[in-house]
Write a protein that binds this ligand. Structure first.
Ligand code: SF4
Ligand code: SF4
Length: 206
């Protein structure tokens, strides 16, 4: 039999007289350490619905449902699929849209008992092709970041006009195809490029 080394003997004797590292949970309340990575939670006010957390989640624990008909985006966190890696929080563009809490007790007996954190946002849809441009809150977030520089971006401009509630062409019913004069309508970058290219071709042909 191998003889124990002095270091191992010292450790064995020390641990006889020191407190255990484990806690008595569930018999006694357990207080996690301050940096403990527990169940992530959305913050409805701070989340802008960009979808970043959905794209970076390695375990596909976040569902992003885009309901184009009702112009809604819903983000749902599923704790049963989460590995608590913290990538969603680390990559959140507002840094506060989703945060890991210190909630560790997330086991359930039935699937319907799982408590899921979710947020809902209004979508902006291209009126020409029906593509998703982004969420209203995301556009506002970009404007807040860029300030006046944002005025060079027609989508941001149209969103700001909409918030002023001035009756404009914005609310007109749009009938495709899109033309260059329609660039101040809510159209996606692809449709905008097509409108410009068509216009340039017309100019060249003249
Ligand atoms: S903590 Fe990791 S696994 Fe859980 S939702 Fe966030 S990114 Fe996904
Ligand atoms: S703002 Fe943050 S929490 Fe909200 S969708 Fe974007 S990355 Fe996710």
């Amino acid at each position: 039999m191998r003889k124990p080394k002095i270091r191992e003997l010292k450790e064995a004797i020390t641990s006889l007289f020191s407190k255990p590292y484990t806690t008595k949970f569930p018999y006694k309340e357990h207080k996690p350490f301050p940096k403990f990575r527990g169940k992530p939670q959305y913050n409805e006010e701070k989340c802008v619905g960009c979808g970043g957390c959905f794209f970076v989640c390695p375990s596909k624990a976040i569902d992003m449902i885009d309901d184009i008909e009702n112009k809604k985006r819903i983000l749902i966190h599923n704790p049963d699929r989460c590995i608590f890696c913290g990538e969603c929080e680390r990559n959140c563009i507002t840094k506060e849209g989703i945060k890991l809490t210190n909630q560790f007790d997330v086991s359930y007996l039935k699937e319907q008992d799982i408590i899921k954190s979710k947020v809902e946002h209004n979508l902006i849809i291209c009126i020409a092709c029906g593509e998703i441009i982004g969420t209203e809150k995301h556009i506002k977030f970009i404007y807040d970041k860029l300030g006046n520089l944002a005025f060079s971006q027609p989508i941001i401009l149209t969103e700001l006009i909409k918030n002023l509630k001035i009756p404009t062409e914005y609310e007109e019913k749009f009938v495709p195809p899109i033309n260059r004069q329609d660039i101040l309508k809510v159209i996606c970058p692809k449709c905008r490029r097509i409108a410009f290219i068509k216009d340039e071709i017309k100019e060249i042909k003249k």
